[in-house]
Design a protein around this ligand. Structure first.
Ligand SMILES: Cc1cc2nc3c(=O)[nH]c(=O)nc-3n(C[C@H](O)[C@H](O)[C@H](O)COP(=O)(O)OP(=O)(O)OC[C@H]3O[C@@H](n4cnc5c(N)ncnc54)[C@H](O)[C@@H]3O)c2cc1C
Length: 395
């Protein structure tokens, strides 16, 4: 890691032991900082769900020295296949094998990714304190972090990596109101009974779509199914639903989808909300990253990848600056435009996947199909800005 300034002797408190917080803790530790992670849960665990680590996120994993370990527990994705949900016919294909050889795409069990990050952090000397629910943060030359228990700590720099319901974002920003997108997502991991190949399949239908991809040694399948609806579901995975509700929503889909969904028991259910990107990502000796700064709809599979990119850039910007405030300002400058673009594209994708049958869908699918069959390079080239971006080489 090419640092110009060491962060030795700087005490940094990271709130949140998710993908973003742990990756940031490791990156900061590489630069010599003394890092403590405060996590509200009683263990560093993750809901049973998959995550797609795309080449841009993998750059960070590689720079942290963890790519081989991640590859050992992941499935390397070979394609993204967009399919007509009713017939199962492929509409278009993104051939991931045609990416430059240094750009790999992995399907990962979230628990494996978080385990890898947390064990690495601990081995490097990061202190991870569990059952530490942060209640309030006060910024200033010596920020103060107060726990729900009333305990408190002071620190040199506090980083809010505490996800969608961040306790730090409102300290830096005026309150904003997320709005319900009119979409809910079910999530489940099921046995791979269909022999699903190592690709992400997007089964598209009017007002709904389902994404499937294999995990671990290919024996499991990650399922995320999205439906447009008017009634509200809470923004939390603690809510579950009846598997039959999910099966009913996808009754008009093809046999493969039916077979996959027949394995689902009690899926998690999540209301998808759009949040504005935070205006201020830092204050005095304080910053936010990942979902705390910019919750991301899942339609481009980039939320965790953006959290990884943020984590790297924040540590690098701090280590490259003459003082903390200059580093924090550089972090926001280096990240905000890219993240905003990713979030905008993810939001548009929902509409594209859910087109209703008719001339517009016919035209869109035909154009995509022709592009992917006759100009596969151009199809992949449309994602260069996303997957080809390497935050570890930009300063
Ligand atoms: C359906 C769906 C599918 C997705 N698929 C993908 C995908 O394929 N690829 C991808 O890149 N992204 C995906 N995402 C997005 C991704 O899950 C998130 O963007 C990512 O987890 C954000 O990481 P984070 O570290 O910022 O926050 P989180 O992962 O939410 O971690 C926050 C941590 O902070 C802790 N915490 C919260 N509040 C406090 C507090 N007050 N005190 C102490 N600790 C606290 C939490 O317990 C948690 O451990 C998906 C999201 C959804 C909804």
């Amino acid at each position: 890691m090419g640092s110009t300034v060491t962060l030795n002797d700087i005490d940094i408190t990271v709130i949140g032991g998710g993908v973003g917080g742990l990756a940031c803790a490791i990156a900061l530790r590489h630069h010599g900082a003394a890092v403590t992670v405060l996590e509200q849960a009683e263990a560093i665990t993750e809901v049973g769900a998959g995550v797609q680590v795309s080449p841009n996120g993998l750059r960070v994993i590689e720079a942290l020295g963890l790519a081989d370990a991640l590859a050992a527990t992941s499935v390397q994705g070979q394609a993204v296949s967009l399919r007509n949900g009713a017939t199962g016919a492929e509409v278009a294909r993104l051939d991931l094998r045609s990416l430059p050889s240094d750009q790999r795409y992995f399907f990962v069990h979230r628990a494996d990714l978080v385990d890898l990050l947390s064990s690495t952090a601990r081995d490097m000397g990061v202190t991870i304190r569990l059952l530490q629910q942060v209640d309030t943060v006060t910024t200033g030359p010596t920020p103060r972090v107060v726990m729900a228990t009333g305990d408190h700590r002071t620190t040199d720099l506090v980083i809010g990596a505490d996800g969608i319901h961040s306790s730090v974002r409102p300290v830096l920003n005026a309150p904003t109101k997320p709005f319900f997108t009119g979409q809910v997502a079910w999530r489940s991991i099921v046995p791979n009974v269909t022999g699903h190949p190592p690709q992400a399949r997007v089964h598209m239908g009017p007002g709904r779509h389902m994404v499937t991809y294999p995990l671990r040694d290919g024996t499991k399948l990650n399922v995320v199914a999205v439906e447009e609806r008017s009634d509200w579901a809470s923004e939390s995975w603690s809510q579950t639903d009846d598997g039959d509700a999910l099966r009913r929503a996808f009754a008009g889909f093809d046999a493969e989808v039916h077979q996959i969904l027949s394995q689902v028991e009690r899926p998690g259910l999540w209301g998808l909300f759009r949040h504005p990107v935070a205006q201020h990502w830092y204050g005095q000796n304080c910053a936010i990253l990942g979902d705390a700064a910019h919750p991301t709809l899942p339609f481009l599979a980039q939320g965790a990848n953006m959290a990884l990119e943020d984590a790297w850039v924040l540590a690098d910007a701090l280590a490259s600056a003459n003082d903390l405030q200059a580093g924090l300002a550089a972090y926001q400058t280096r990240r905000k435009a890219r993240v905003t673009r990713v979030i905008d594209v993810a939001s548009q994708n929902a509409r594209n996947y859910h087109l209703k049958p008719g001339p517009f869908r016919f035209a869109a699918h035909t154009a995509l199909g022709m592009l992917s069959r006759h100009a596969p390079g151009r199809m992949l080239g449309r994602f260069d800005w996303l997957y080809g971006h390497d935050v570890t080489r930009q300063h």
